[in-house]
Design a protein around this ligand. Structure first.
Ligand code: G16
Length: 541
């Protein structure tokens, strides 16, 4: 094999964020940029000589180019085999499934998740460990340290590999196995959910619509929903993965999945609607004229989990990220199990899942999943909802309404201020940290706690600090502020507002109305307009 050793110098800012390294495509297209990061990943790992790596991405612009580079670098660095999803396609949860099923050393996933794709948009790369989940902070820190000291990388001098033909190919002495990215994942879903019951419900008139947003889940959803479950052709909309996602913003929320939202409105709307994101790990759940917040979705799934074969034995525990509402905590309490509160980022759930402390996990950022893989999983959430609908034979709105009537409602909203000046955003966070609020009464709300969330992992003892400023009031309401770790331009301020409402007569109020006083307080406390120039958030979910 002919290996080139290429001299290079470090790039600034190759620090993985909430979920891997995300930058503009043009940044990744710079000579040596991707190579430096990939070599740094390999240099931070030990013992992979001859081992297997899983590789694939969400199909966005630059995916195919990056895959060829990574294959050649894997060969030059001594990997024994790389398993590549056909066409370079592999959803994030399917990557986790395959890593676990075949016991591979780890995997590389190419995605910028819900961020737009195309030559002027975003690209990303993340490393997943052998357990199948995102690299924990100690690994990402080690990768970052390598990026700052890198002097050379290794790459095979070989032609491109045909990644569109299933089977084994040779690359400079290394095996490249191109596999069907859907089959193993679909098989796992069949083990977890009652496909016969869902099939019967669909045949009996349950109508659904799934928006793949021209991203990676199209082939998965067509195979599972239309072929295996018998939903009519056309159930999956925007089902062809495209390099620019058909110019859509593949972020499954009320703003970006507007076509689906429109379809789900009105008396003739389907019973159930859902969307997933660029790499297939996020989900949005809709009923007819009804939006289920991700926090409520986690709580409803937890409360009804035993209706699904894969969870019939009950849950070991639930875990949610700190900004996610406490709706799941109420279910955990009723079930007599623990609810863990972690920092934002799916990687923090890994140790809890591995140790058997939690079965279901969820985040307000449209992420839900379980111990079946080590990533959040969009289609899994859709299937779990379908399984519950098939058994309960009630509407989405009725199921959620009954849930609130039983547990009370954690009224919740997130306000995002996207693309603001980074220095202003950091100044705002410093201002919030510097306030002395404990014990004070603001607009009638008494502050019970004011802190910057820090987390000690109960399994491995690792500590993560500065994970978001919390202002918690005596009645349990709270405002949380944090800066996003997934953006690629400027900074994004996220403000999370929550209040518990036990009174069923008030459960159907619009959250923006029910939370209006806290929303106003949140803006004033952080001096948002004065510091960022924004009077209103850019996205409300
Ligand atoms: C990633 C992480 C999630 C996190 C989300 C939002 O999701 O995997 O755990 O909740 O980012 O993070 P932030 O608020 O920092 O932007 P994804 O779907 O982008 O990989």
């Amino acid at each position: 094999m002919s290996v080139k050793v290429v001299a290079t110098v470090p790039f600034d800012g190759q620090k993985p964020g909430t979920s891997g390294l995300r930058k503009k495509v043009r940044v990744f297209q710079q000579a040596h940029y991707l190579e430096n990061f990939v070599q740094s990943v390999f240099d931070s790992l030990e013992g992979f000589a001859g081992a297997t790596l899983v590789l694939g991405g969400d199909g966005r612009f630059h995916n195919r180019v990056a895959i060829q580079t990574i294959l050649k670098m894997a060969a030059a660095n001594g990997w024994g085999r790389v398993m590549v999803g056909r066409g370079g396609i592999l959803s994030t949860p399917a990557a986790s499934c395959v890593i676990r099923k075949f016991g591979t050393f780890g995997g590389i996933i190419l995605s910028a998740s819900h961020n737009p794709g195309g030559p002027d948009e975003d690209f990303g790369i993340k490393y997943n460990i052998g357990a199948g989940g995102p690299a924990p902070e100690k690994v990402t820190e080690a990768i970052y340290a390598k990026t700052r000291a890198i002097r050379e990388y290794r790459i095979a001098d070989a032609p491109d590999v045909d990644i569109d033909t299933l089977g084994r190919h040779a690359l400079a002495g290394m095996a490249v196995e191109v596999f069907d990215p859907v089959a193993d994942y679909a098989e796992l879903m069949e083990q977890l959910f009652d496909f016969a019951a869902i099939r019967a419900a669909l045949a009996g008139g349950l109508r659904l619509k799934f928006d793949a947003m021209h991203a990676v889940t199209g082939p998965y959803a067509r195979e599972i929903l239309e072929h295996r479950l018998g939903a009519p052709a056309g159930t999956v909309m925007n089902g062809e993965p495209k390099e620019d996602f058909g110019r859509l913003h593949p972020d499954p929320n009320l703003v970006h999945a507007h076509d689906l939202v429109a379809l789900m409105t009105g008396p003739d709307a389907p019973d159930f609607g859902a969307a997933s994101d660029g790499d297939g790990d996020r989900n949005m759940i809709l009923g007819r004229d009804f939006y289920v917040t991700p926090s409520d979705s986690l709580a409803v799934l937890a409360a009804n989990a035993t209706l699904c074969p894969g969870y019939a034995g009950g849950l070991k525990g639930i875990a949610r990220s700190m900004p996610t509402s406490a709706a799941a905590d109420r279910v955990a309490e009723a079930l007599g199990i623990k609810c863990y509160e972690t920092p934002t980022g799916w990687k923090f759930f890994g140790t809890l899942l591995d140790a058997g402390l939690a079965t279901l996990c969820g985040e307000e950022s449209f992420g839900t999943g379980s111990d079946h893989v080590r990533e959040k999983d969009g289609l899994w959430a859709v299937l779990m909802w379908l399984n519950i609908l098939a058994v309960r034979r009630e509407s989405v709105a009725a199921i959620v309404g009954a849930h609130w009537a039983r547990f009370g409602r954690n009224v919740y909203s997130r306000h995002d201020y996207e693309g603001i000046d980074a220095a202003a955003a950091n100044g705002l966070m410093d201002h919030l940290r510097g306030l002395d609020l404990a014990g004070r009464t603001l607009d009638g709300f008494t502050v019970a706690r004011h802190d910057d969330f820090a987390y000690t992992d109960p399994v491995d003892g690792s500590v993560s600090s500065r994970q978001g400023v919390r202002v918690v009031f005596a009645d349990g309401s709270r405002i949380v502020y944090r800066l996003s770790g997934t953006g690629t331009e400027g900074a994004t301020l996220r403000v999370y507002i929550e209040r518990f409402e036990p009174d069923a007569a008030r459960h159907h109020l619009d959250p923006q109305v029910a939370l209006a006083d806290l929303i106003g307080l949140a803006r004033r406390l952080a001096e948002i307009e004065a510091r960022t120039g924004r009077a209103e958030p850019s996205v409300i979910t």
